[in-house]
Design a protein around this ligand. Structure first.
Ligand code: SF4
Length: 68
């Protein structure tokens, strides 16, 4: 897992910040897919908008999964 680069991560591979981002992939959007985006990122590189990741309705099930 530690050898995975941002160029292999879903969404991150299209992000302009991927070479400077210091995300934590301890928690990811799809817990069973090691190539999925970090859960705690609220940036959408396709719209160039930041949002609060913890209130994103699409992430609520994963937040429950991790027990936050
Ligand atoms: S800012 Fe978000 S989408 Fe961009 S590389 Fe970092 S974790 Fe991935």
């Amino acid at each position: 897992m530690r050898n995975i680069t941002k160029d292999q991560i879903t969404t991150c591979k299209d992000c302009e910040f991927r070479h400077i981002c210091t995300d934590c992939r301890a928690y990811i959007e799809e817990p069973h897919n090691i190539f999925s985006k970090p859960l705690k990122c609220g940036y959408d590189p396709y719209t160039n908008k930041w949002s609060d990741w913890s209130t994103n309705p699409l992430k609520q099930k994963v937040i429950e999964f991790y027990g936050f």
